[in-house]
Design a binder for this molecule. Sequence first.
Ligand code: ADP
Ligand code: MG
Length: 388
Amino acid sequence: MAHENIIEAKNLTTHFYTYEGVVKALDRVSLTIKKGITFGLVGESGCGKSVTVRSMMRIIQEPGKIEGGQVRFFPDTDAMREGVELLSKSEAWMQELRGDRISMIFQEPNAALNSIMRVGDQVAESFMFHRRRSMSKKILEDLESTKTRVFPGTRSLQKNLYAISAKSPDAPVLRLAKQVPILKHWQFRMKKEAFRRATEIIGRLGIAHPKEVAESYPHNLSGGMKQRIVIAIALACKPDLLIADEATSNLDVTVQAQILDLLKELKKTEISSILMITHDLGVVAETCDRVGVMYAGTLCEEADTQPLFKTPLHPYTQALLASVPKFHQEGELKTIDGTVPNLVHPPLGCRFHPRCPYVMEICKTQVPLLQEARPNHRVACHLYDAIS
Ligand SMILES: Nc1ncnc2c1ncn2[C@@H]1O[C@H](COP(=O)(O)OP(=O)(O)O)[C@@H](O)[C@H]1O
Ligand SMILES: [Mg+2]
């Protein structure tokens, strides 16, 4: 039977070794995401949202280091149904996984796109990296049919190459083939097929003239269109999990709304689970089924969206919600007293205690554990120690 969760991170701890000292960016963050939902990760800027997902994907760069924890991933493929532990896999293995079973989109489409390559080719690259086997199989079938036109005398040669590629696309003989003049372009059918698939997925993203768009360069496209292309690249291989890190934060409000609607629509058809990172509580309320709230490198609360907004349990979540402007709001907006702590010397005990209106003695020395204070509603706060 398939596992009910898509990913489970346990006690993720990540540090950055800087000249100012060791930045304790994540402290034992545990996060469980059920299959089929959109999970929102929220919190003020600098609280560790990006570091959390980058640690899960193993793309933390120097001077950062994942110090401990586990990340179990449960995609719906036969080989991995029992789950795989990502932190113990090799980098090569992770590269196969990224862009295939898990994809990620970031805030800045310009950084994700190559300015001197047609966008269709960039989407096609995803297929060229992850789908050579299945594309080769399809081309082999095409070559069986005499309707497929082939340069005279090369049909069986091409069939042989695609037969090898359908079994092992990295076979050394295929690399050798490229050095033989007559075989140099043996892959052209595969490139064409990849481009065809790319155009098809661009069309599925509600883009009116997919072929024209696929043939354009990033500078010909608007910001919203570029972010759609980034989404197309991420979705090309039908990932089991899409991670969107502030994917709409840089877009203007109407385009942001369009992209969020698109993600919602795709959620029904293309992607099973989404992990949405945002500092915008409005986006969470609109799109997420469940929410995790982060503060200073810790996960402080986790609940379904409605109960979280209706009855936030953690004093930080309460303060965060009180600071959001409401429709027809009267009086002043509340801001949270104090500042976000320095993570080189984070406060002992609960990291929120210096700013907490309900601080108790125990909060200054003991780290509160994430515990279930209400059904399906977890909070890391000593106020609830007696309840759970
Ligand atoms: N390359 C880095 N070097 C040092 N510290 C870093 C680095 N990247 C992130 N951090 C620290 O990790 C913390 C969390 O950052 P991040 O996850 O990017 O926050 P956000 O919630 O805004 O995504 C920040 O306090 C930041 O100082
Ligand atoms: Mg971030």
